[in-house]
Design a protein around this ligand. Sequence first.
Ligand code: KG4
Ligand code: ZN
Length: 345
Amino acid sequence: MKVLGIETSCDETAAAIVDSDHNILANRVLSQLEEHEPYGGVVPEIAARSHMDHLDRLIREALEEARLGFEDLDGIAATAGPGLIGGVFVGVMTAKAIAAARKLPFLAVNHLEGHALTARLTEGEAAAFPYLLLLVSGGHCQLLAVEAVGCYSRLGGTIDDAVGEAFDKTAKMMGLPYPGGPLMEQIAKKGDPERFDLPRPMKGRPGCDFSFSGLKTAVRNKILELAGEDGAISNLTDQDKSDLAASFQAAVGDVLIDRCSHAMDLFQARYGRPGPLVVAGGVAANLALRDRLTALTDQRQTSLLAPPVKLCTDNGVMIAWAGLERLQLGLTDSLDFAPRPRWPL
Ligand code: KG4
Ligand code: ZN
């Protein structure tokens, strides 16, 4: 079985093809970063127009890469939400048009389900249901028990910012370009994680919820102290920035470990084992945080399953795979399906 997956919910235009033997037959991703960079964040209108300009070409390239025609496909999947609605419409309308013209099943995929199921493509049997999922991206921060395709039980989530958002906003305060997450990880390598004493919000509290706005504010206060009287970011040295990034990342790591540890207790009580723990979403690309999570899973005698870095940030493979899993279960969608800007798992 082969499925084409389309992703257009944020600032990546992506098309990919996967098969039921867990092969990635094509994976095309076009980042719009340069188009949004002057604005310091994603501009929805620019994103939607850019998806429209490039999606058809990317689909053609994906078919060429896989040496396939539309007639070889068994289904067309597209992110149908949550996300920036203009972009989601472009992907969904394109997928519906192909599905209608080629008489193929259409699969409306929840973007979060795409992230949630990617480990089943790359890790196979190790990611058999149920597993614990830490979903950490630019827009989401949740802990879920994944019981089956379409069956998610929420254990906790953020009460303010998502982790990726906290990385990006903190980076912006230090004058780093968008998206700051990957850059923060880079400069943190040269930094002292103990130089700044930052809070660990929610650490030690019962449950599995997160909060990052207090941490962000604490970093802002440190930046103001370092900037001095005229308040200019240029007064911060590269070492200051590296130390801030390292201290911030260490605080985020402590919070994630504490929250995941609580989630493992809940998971253990429900399913008789603490994991495995799957980490997904853009922030899962952070290798320093992955190392921390590996230490936790080792300690709890379970395993950490993390997709390869390039499948953590938004891509079409995850949508194709989630579509394929749904197709195998007969969970196809009508061409009347309306895109959903908000769509909790
Ligand atoms: O999953 P994703 O590509 O898009 C959303 O669905 O949000 O996640 C993007 C987010 C951004 O906030 C980005 O800064 C963050 O993931 N991110 C990282 C790293 N790579 C991407 N955050 C920390 N460290 C990284 N290496
Ligand atoms: Zn995402």
